[in-house]
Each structure stands twice: as structure tokens, then as C-alpha cells.
Design a protein. Structure first.
Length: 292
């Protein structure tokens, strides 16, 4: 699974100072004292792979545009919302699916191999931890690389669906303007109008990416599984997340209630800053490789 440690893409990474040697030492001490480390990652770990996040000051999607991600209820209810979503996703997919793990993903994979990392939970849907070779991983919000039918539950790979789109839309062309953290791109209503969306090949039902859209909830089964992994852990590291979304934040609250030491590595403030044992304002890909 070796991936070349290419230089990071910093287009979507907020400005930050180089790691402070004292902070490096503090994080080293934190990790060295951990025997079963529980790690939670967010969009800030993937920005160095060229995928923008939503909330970073100045460079996040919310700061740069007025676009908002699709809402679950709207996708389920409205055929035109699905047409718009899939047209944009179809255009963005070749670029989005080609993103590769960065140094931070590889370091966490190595920690797992060394037996240091007990479990990794990512809030990202980009599959970069899996591409890096991590195996003890839960994709809290699912993954854009999988698609399923809302009616019968049949699953297919997103790459396979791309071929169905191409067959249904042989002459359809659209120029993309910018890409979002979930692979979405920006298209005009005019561009979207004639785009054909395939139905489930088994039952004719609605196809949806295997991700938790905004307004939807993570399954109770997955939440319980993650709580079990956290209960087996002795410390928690949050990397690249402001933890603004409750589905991830609840695990930090649970760690606090268990009195586990918590370290936060994120450029900018997070919801954990007032109760974390350690807060570091550095790039994940710059600080994590310094820890042995």
C-alpha cells in the first residue's frame, strides 16, 4: 500500500505557523503514553490532498461560496434535486475519485501497523484512509465510492455508476466550476436540465451515495460500534476537525466523561478546546510525521 509522500497541496489549507518544538514534544509525550489510541479525523486531514473543507477561515467552502451541501430530505423528496446532485457529482467524480492520501493518512496507517492506533473514525467520505491502507477504520458518514438503492438496498460501486451515467448521457457535456468536499461541483440549472439519472438495476428504485447527507442521522448500530471501540481505548486524538457536527462531537463528549486524555490537532478553534488536554494549531501532514 505504499503511496509516495508527495508534497502537499496547500490551496485549501488555512495559514499556520510551523510546528512549535515544545508542542511536538507535548504531542510525542501524549502519543507515547497511549497504548490504545482512538483517533477521529475530519476534513482538515484531507485538505493537503487537495480536497477543500467546509468551515476553514478564508479557504473553506462556506467562506468562499454561498453553496451548501445537499439536504437528505430534499434528495429523497425531489427528482429535480437528485438530477442536480447527480449531474454535478458525475462531472466532479473523475477528479474527486483520483485524490490520493497525504502524509498524515500514511502516518496513521503506520501507527495502526505498529499497534499504537486502536481504532480510527473518520468523518470524511473521501476513502483516503482506506486508500492509505488503514484497516481498523470506521467511516462515520459513509463513503462516496459506494452507492445503494433506497428501496431494495442493492449496492454498487460509484465507478460502476459512472459508466451507467456515460451510457445514458452520451452527448451531455458540462464544464465544472470548483469542487466541494463531497465531490460536488457547481453547475447551472441550464446545464443540469437534460441530464439523465439511472434507477436501480434490480428494482427501479432511487440510487443514493452511501453517505450521511446533512439532515440525516448516523445509524444507531454504527454509533454503538464506535462507542465500543472508544470504551476499549485509553486516549483520544482529534486530527483536522473543528467538531462542529454533533455526530462526531458526541464521541469527544464520551471521552471527556470517561476522563480520557484528549489531544486536538487542528488549525483554528474547535468545540473541544475548553476541555482538551492538549491543543495544537498545526497542519496534520506537517506535525504527525514528527511523532515516533
Amino acid at each position: 500500500h505504499s503511496v509516495s509522500r508527495t508534497s502537499p497541496n496547500l490551496s485549501f489549507v488555512p495559514a499556520s505557523l510551523p510546528p512549535d518544538p515544545v508542542e511536538v514534544e507535548e504531542l510525542q509525550h501524549f502519543v507515547s503514553n497511549s497504548k490504545r489510541l482512538f483517533v477521529m479525523t475530519g476534513a482538515g486531514i484531507s485538505t493537503e490532498s487537495g480536497i477543500p473543507d467546509y468551515r476553514s477561515e478564508g479557504v473553506g467552502l462556506y467562506a468562499r461560496t454561498d453553496r451548501r451541501p445537499v439536504q437528505h430530505a430534499e434528495f429523497v423528496r425531489s427528482a429535480s434535486a437528485r438530477q442536480r446532485y447527480w449531474a454535478r457529482n458525475f462531472v466532479g467524480w473523475p477528479q474527486f475519485s483520483s485524490h490520493q492520501p497525504n502524509t498524515a493518512h500514511l502516518v496513521l496507517r503506520d501507527w495502526e501497523k505498529l499497534g499504537k492506533l486502536h481504532w480510527l473514525v473518520t468523518q470524511n467520505v473521501d476513502a483516503l484512509h482506506t486508500k492509505a491502507g488503514s484497516q481498523r477504520v470506521t467511516e462515520l458518514h459513509g463513503c462516496t465510492h459506494r452507492v445503494f438503492c433506497l428501496a431494495c438496498g442493492d449496492r454498487i460501486l460509484r465507478s460502476e455508476l459512472q459508466e451507467h451515467f456515460e451510457a445514458l448521457n452520451p452527448t451531455w457535456k458540462a464544464e465544472a466550476f470548483g469542487v466541494a468536499p463531497d465531490g460536488d461541483v457547481f453547475l447551472t440549472d441550464e446545464q443540469v436540465r437534460n441530464f439523465q439519472v439511472p434507477a436501480c438495476r434490480k428494482c427501479g428504485g432511487i440510487l443514493k451515495p452511501d453517505v450521511t447527507f446533512f439532515g440525516d442521522t448516523v445509524s444507531q448500530e454504527k454509533v454503538s460500534f464506535v462507542h465500543q471501540r472508544l470504551a476499549e481505548s485509553d486516549s483520544m486524538l482529534v486530527a483536522g476537525s473543528s467538531m462542529q457536527v454533533y455526530s462526531g462531537y458526541r464521541f469527544a463528549l464520551a471521552a471527556r466523561d470517561k476522563k480520557l486524555p484528549i489531544a486536538v490537532l487542528n488549525i483554528g478553534p474547535t468545540r473541544l478546546d475548553h476541555f482538551a488536554s492538549l491543543k495544537l494549531n498545526s497542519r496534520c501532514g506537517e506535525l504527525l510525521p514528527l511523532i515516533v
